[in-house]
Design a protein around this ligand. Sequence first.
Ligand code: XIL
Length: 357
Amino acid sequence: MMRWLIAIAGFAVFAASAHQETALKDLMPKGMVIGVALNQRQFDGVDAAAVDIITKQFSQISPENVLKFQPIHPAADRYAFEAADRFVQFGVDRRMQVVGHTLVWHSQTGAWVFQGTDGRPADRDMLLARMRDHIRTVVGRYKGRIHGWDVVNEAIDEDGSLRKSPWQVGIGDDYVAKAFEFAREADPDAELYYNDFNLEKPAKRAGVIKLVRDLQARNVRIDGIGNQGHWRLDTPTIDEIDTALVELHATGLKVMYTELDINLLPNIPRGADPSIANPYANGLPDEMQQQLARRYADVFRVFLKHRHAVTRVTLWGLSDADSWLNRGRLNYPLLWDRQRRPKPAFDAVVAALRNGK
Ligand code: XIL
């Protein structure tokens, strides 16, 4: 009996360590990198368990927040580079592909950016000057270290029209082209991306494709389309993901899944009954765990099917504890659990990658 127990325990340890030996980055097809978005506790090394996993598993990193306009450029005459520098260094030290996110967005951008003199909104010239200063300073600083930039984020509305963001209102429709031109000027060697979500919805996707084709027609440099990939268990369908991928790639650009996660919580109004709003407060039932694993496998199989179109897949966070999708509830959208243990979804991705080789 005792010998059996020792043998079983020994096998369990072996299995666990063998498990740890499997690295997603080694299983990805040629030309497709796998990455993760980092938070400050990770690139500062405070979350050592996470650092070990990130170092071992991934070949690319994105900054979850530190390179956004507000944190890096909090006032007109002040840049705050310390945290961003440490993020970039984390990737350089590990020879990872470092992506910059993001230069021009309506969100996480200080109100001062859009304010002019005498309490009036900033005019076109002032906004263009601020945009150019920001892009030149930030992109210029990391020249040679940041591989590619999300130059413009979320510029298209759900109906496919150009979002009436403060950038669009103040500058006009050519603000997108201007942002790409400034980025090109600041680092001619960096790849430049347009990034957005809900690209599986035909109207929105058509708007993005039109925007991209317009940039191409004007000879503005753009290298890739980032499809955020904030998805759910059943939506979008695999067919919708497939169709979107093919259509986006038909622009001639690289396609990237830049912020992948699978939201398991219901989309409910604020103040709803907690048992409905937060159904997995006491843990995720095994059945859901398996559904999540199947979903991740299906999603990775589409990426593999189009391996020549997809150049990158980035998870928006390492473990469930790190995810932006918790927001006061308990969500389970990623491949590692709150104790930083790989979930069945991790094994499912590994299996999909192995079988897809
Ligand atoms: C999110 C971060 O994960 C959060 O920590 C932050 O509070 C808000 O922004 N689309 C994007 C990302 O392009 O920058 C967002 O990241 C998620 C949605």
